[in-house]
Design a binder for this molecule. Structure first.
Ligand code: ZN
Length: 140
């Protein structure tokens, strides 16, 4: 994934200018971005997989896989959609997309090739490079 998809400023402000792990205040020039689900295992540079971290915590975490990474993805994906950081599928208005995401309960997330698929209430949202490329409806 190209660097242009990384939104450092948003991630820094989302974490209230603090380290995600130890809550220490960080000056912007001191932040590092940690891949919550490690890059080594296929963690992406999308907004729901990056957290703002101090150097010390980032070094300590290394390539550990957090037990709650799926809950984390769902929570930060929903927040990113509401904050307008995930582009809607082609032909869908941003406002409609935000409304849809707010009205469904996403309870599942998994990888499918390059895509991260968020699923809930009969909908699967295929996300890649901070963009919802397609939404597929299914009967659950
Ligand atoms: Zn820290």
């Amino acid at each position: 994934m190209k660097k242009k998809y990384i939104d450092r400023q948003y991630i820094y402000e989302r974490e209230n200018k603090k380290c995600f792990f130890c809550s220490k205040f960080l000056y912007k020039n001191k932040i590092t971005l940690d891949h919550y689900y490690p890059k080594k295992y296929g963690g992406t540079e999308e907004v729901f997989n990056l957290v703002c971290s101090c150097k010390k915590c980032n070094n300590m975490k290394k390539s550990k896989v957090p037990d709650n990474h799926k809950e984390h993805w769902i929570k930060y994906f929903v927040k990113a959609v509401v904050d307008g950081r995930i582009s809607p599928p082609h032909g869908t208005y941003r406002s409609e997309f935000i409304k849809m995401i707010k009205n469904i309960e996403i309870d599942k997330v998994y990888k499918n090739g390059d895509y991260t698929v968020f699923e809930g209430d009969g909908k699967r949202i295929y996300v890649r490079e901070n963009k919802a490329d397609k939404i597929v409806e299914f009967y659950s």
